[in-house]
Design a protein around this ligand. Structure first.
Ligand code: SF4
Length: 188
């Protein structure tokens, strides 16, 4: 094989640099460990639960200010012990995705488009609809028994809810409003 002078110098330089690194005791594994340490250094880890499915794996979310920098499985969590499936591994995209919805959307009766509304409008609308429906359909007695319930409103929770939130929601919907159709996806 013929080699030009320029090619020869390039290859010689690369070999010399590699030998120099080996001579200096370059430790690839140590460097990788260090780079991971640097990656999460000074970031604040916050434990949370994966919002995607009923398994309920634990995740550590590393943030800096308002920015979510890195996520990984929580090694101290009894369900997943640090492992995550491919979906849970991408959980940071809940925060970074351009398709993330950051404002409430409202579609008026008969409309074919969603429009952005503010939280005051959305919360007032939900509260008004719940009150109207409950007032209209509330059952005080059935077969001579006091039942105090409505069968016309259902509540469906998601895996992102934690135990405390579920506890409060049960109080509100079961004891406060008289709902009987209450479901939740997570089974932890
Ligand atoms: S990491 Fe995967 S298995 Fe675990 S809760 Fe999330 S989606 Fe479910």
């Amino acid at each position: 094989m013929e080699m030009t002078r320029r090619q020869f110098l390039k290859i010689s330089g690369a070999v010399a640099a590699t030998l120099a690194v080996i001579e200096l005791g370059f430790d690839e594994k140590g460097a990788q460990a260090k780079s991971k340490e640097f990656k999460i250094a000074e970031l604040k880890p916050t434990p949370t639960i994966c919002p995607y499915c009923a398994v309920g794996c634990g995740i550590l979310v590393y943030s800096k200010g308002d920015d979510v920098v890195y996520t990984e499985g929580d090694p101290d969590h009894p369900i997943n012990e640090g492992s995550l499936c491919s979906k849970g591994t991408t959980v940071r995209q809940v925060y970074t995705s351009e398709k993330r919805i950051t404002k409430p959307l409202y579609r008026a009766p008969g409309a074919d488009k969603w429009e952005e509304v503010d939280w005051d409008f959305a919360l007032d609308k939900v509260a008004k609809n719940i009150k109207e429906t409950r007032d209209r359909t509330f059952i005080h007695k059935e077969n001579g028994l006091t039942v105090n319930r409505t069968d016309s409103i259902a509540y469906l929770g998601g895996a992102a809810l934690d135990n405390e939130e579920c506890h409060l929601l049960q109080k509100l919907f079961r004891a406060g409003l008289g709902l009987t159709f209450i479901e939740h996806q997570a089974r932890i």
